[in-house]
Structure formats: structure tokens, C-alpha cells
Design a protein around this ligand. Sequence first.
Ligand code: PLP
Length: 410
Amino acid sequence: MRTWSDPEPLVWARTAGDRVWDEDGRDYLDLYAGFAVAALGYCHPRVTDAIRAQAGEMTHCPSAHPSRIRAELYERLARIAPQPLTRFLLAVTGSLANELAIALARAHTGREAIVSFSGAYLGRSAGAVPFAGKHVYRESAGVAADAHFLPFPDTYRSPWAGGRDPGTAVLELLETALTDPASGVDPVAAVVIEPVQGNGGVVVPPDGFLAGLRGLCDRTGALLVFDEIQSGFGRTGRIWASEHWGVVPDLMTVGKGIGGGLALAAVLGRDDVMSTWGPDATTSTFLTNALNEAAAVAAIDALLEEGLVERSAELGARLLARLCADLADAACVGDVRGLGLFVGIEIVVDRETREPDGARARDLQRELRRRGVLVGLGGRYGNVLKLSPPLVVDEGRLFGGLATIAEVLR
Ligand code: PLP
């Protein structure tokens, strides 16, 4: 089966750092890091060395047995997890991590109801897609929605808020849902949210919103679950995006870049929540294997020791300033926003009406690829060009790529 929709797919042959080569030997600057996975760049030497060494020693250790390399990974996770998230459950994919987090929240609270948000993307597995904003994602899987959805407070695209701060408006709605005995909403097990929405279009919530969610969860006994699979691991200029607002959830899911390019995800949680499940409450043959654990240990060390989180903040601020300046007179650009090396460019038919233009965004993405620059595409209407370059991206190539983006969009 095909897993791509592009009629002329780029056939990947080789990768290094911020570059991808196709089968014809053409090279591209990847400002999307392969769906935000190559946070450390492709084939980071420390990660590659760790994989090579581990491959000669042990690639598989069953989830049912402990091992030194898994313990090392737990130690690294303890180093970067926000307090008091002190216990970890490994998973191969982000979708599985989210399934496990929701199941844990339900088991811990003895409640069923989940609150999610418009534009949310928690993965496409049958256990994660019920919480997705886009119903089309559920149609192929044949599963129904399983959450109460509230609007994600998007400061550019929340006409329903009538000019009020959308964060305050959503918090008021949620408060009613959680506290009005006749709201129709059963007691809520968890409020699950991406602190910065990724596939929803790199949407940054207004200040105070996540803290407001924290307060409402504390008051009503719901758990707060942050999906940091795309927004975490240095992407926004902090290790976790939620650090920008000083809010710590009860459960957090991580994935993508943390495996250094191999498949690795995890649930990080508070001790009392995680210990709801005893040993063997859940397992899978590959909750990870020794090879991805070794890659993740090297990836976490590289992130911290090479100052990549700070680089993401510093370079990201300059990237955003450059794009805002260069795209100020681009008629098709409605909004440019982001945090750290995580940026969204909203493509519209016209700036007044803000009507989204998904078809043009796709054309622009193709034209950029023709010129050797890879960017992502997302947003509720498929009209947001997404930048999430490797945190190690070469500065000269980055600003060269931004000049190409400005030229094409103008
Ligand atoms: N959560 C977020 C925020 C994501 O961006 C993704 C993937 O894009 C997922 C979960 C699902 O992760 P995976 O594709 O590894 O199952």
C-alpha cells in the first residue's frame, strides 16, 4: 500500500544533518526534519556511533526483562522530565504513548470522559484517533470520536470568540462543562492537549491558557495530559513547550526526535498516577528495543551537551523575525507565528477575509521542493506551511532557505 499521496514522490536515498538526497542524487535542505523527527539532524554522529556499538552487543531485550541500556534511558529521561514526573513507560510510537496515557488516566480516576481540542492530532492508531480534531482521520479507521471537543484557542483564527481573548473564552466553556451538574458532560478523566499544536498548524495558545487548564483540572479531579511528541525535545526553545508557561501536567507523552531518528516514545508521569498499574498491566513485544534505547540515550546527551535547546531559542527568534519582515508584503500570507525552531505560515486567499487557501499552500510547498527546500504542510484547512528544521541546521543554509521561501511566497 502507498503511504504517500504525492503523484511525484521524492524518493529518499540518503540523509545527513539538515540534508536529504534523492535517488537521482539531488540534495534538499530539510526545514521540516522529516515530520519533526530529525531534531538532532539526520545521522547525528553520536547517535550513529551508539547504534553501531549497541548493534554489536544486543539489539533486542524483551520488555518483560530489565536491562542496563533501558535503565540508562530511564536515567536520561529523569534528567529531562519536569518534576514531579518521575516514572516512565516506554512505547514505540507516539500514538501508542497517547493510548497508554489516556488508559492510565481513566484507570487512575475511574472516569471515562476525555476533553480534547479542535485541530488536535494525537496519532492515527485506533486508540488515539478518537481524540483527533479531524473527523476524516477516523473514517478510514472506522472508529468514532470519543472526546468532548473544545476549540483550541487560536489567536489568529477564532472568529467565534468575537474579539475576546480566545483562551479566556475556552476556559469559561470548560469550567461550565466541568462544574455545571447539568452540562451533559460526565466527570472528566483527562484534558489532553498539545501545548503548541503541531499538525493543527503550529498554533501557540495565549498566555495563561495552560495555567488555566491546570487550575480547572486541580479543582475538578481531572488529569492534565500534555502531548509533547512534536512540541517537545527542544523544538520550541525549551526542552518542553509547556515550560514557556511554567505548567506541569500529570502525564506527558514524548516521541519523534527523542529517539534520535529511531522509533521511540514514552509516557512520563506522576508516581501516584503511574503506579495505578502494577507490573504487567500492559506490555508489547517491542515497548522499545535495545537499539532505539541506545539511540535515545545518545540523543538526549547530545541535546543537552551541545546546547541545542538554547540554539533553538536563539536561532528560532531570528528565523521568526526574518520571516515576519520578509513576508510582510506577501499578499497570500495571513499569519506568521511560532516559538523556537517551530514556525507556521498561514496561507490565505486574502488577508481581510482570512479565507484559508490549502490548494495554494500545497502548490507553494511543491515549488519550494522544486527549488531544493523541504517544508511541511498542516493546519485545519491544510493551508499552513510548517517549519521545524533540525536544531543543528546550518545557519547559512537556513537563512538561504528562508530567502527562497520569501521569494516564492512573495
Ligand atoms: N502526537 C503528536 C503531537 C504528533 O505530532 C504525532 C505525529 O505526528 C503523534 C502524536 C503520533 O505519533 P506517531 O506518528 O509516532 O504515532
